[in-house]
Design a protein around this ligand. Structure first.
Ligand code: 5GP
Length: 116
């Protein structure tokens, strides 16, 4: 699948509707269609990066922005004090299903550790 055709590119272009919670020139954040927790937001860079595995030193800024976006949303949406979990599934064994880098921001319940 080319980068132009992946699901998240279609969401970014508005070809597939999404429940958007944040957008700027570099990042789109929207609610997961099949939430794994009461709050489940996907934070996606607009740059064509297939996974965490593709990042180089040149991507330090966008990598940081994904984390800072998660932290800001946690505060703005009111779950920072209770806690939250950030997950980046990378590759087959981790269960990555959409070939575009994305960070899962999960909150609203307790999470077990180690994760299953
Ligand atoms: P992954 O498994 O690649 O880490 O995460 C992909 C996520 O995308 C899954 O949690 C899945 O529920 C979500 N997802 C799949 N299709 C759609 C969709 O059409 N809209 C939204 N908002 N999320 C989707």
């Amino acid at each position: 699948m080319s980068q132009n055709d992946n699901l998240f590119k279609k969401i970014m272009r508005g070809e597939i509707p999404s429940s958007k919670v944040y957008e700027d020139d570099e990042i789109l954040a929207f609610r997961d269609i099949a939430p794994a927790a009461p709050v489940h937001i996907l934070i996606v860079p607009k740059a064509p990066l297939d996974s965490l595995d593709e990042l180089t030193d040149d991507d330090a800024m966008i990598a940081g922005k994904l984390l800072i976006c998660a932290s800001k949303l946690a505060k703005e949406l009111g779950f920072a004090s209770n806690g939250y979990r950030c997950v980046i599934n990378t590759g087959k064994d981790a269960g990555q299903t959409v070939p575009h880098l994305h960070l899962h921001l999960l909150a609203g319940r307790e999470f077990i550790w180690p994760a299953g």
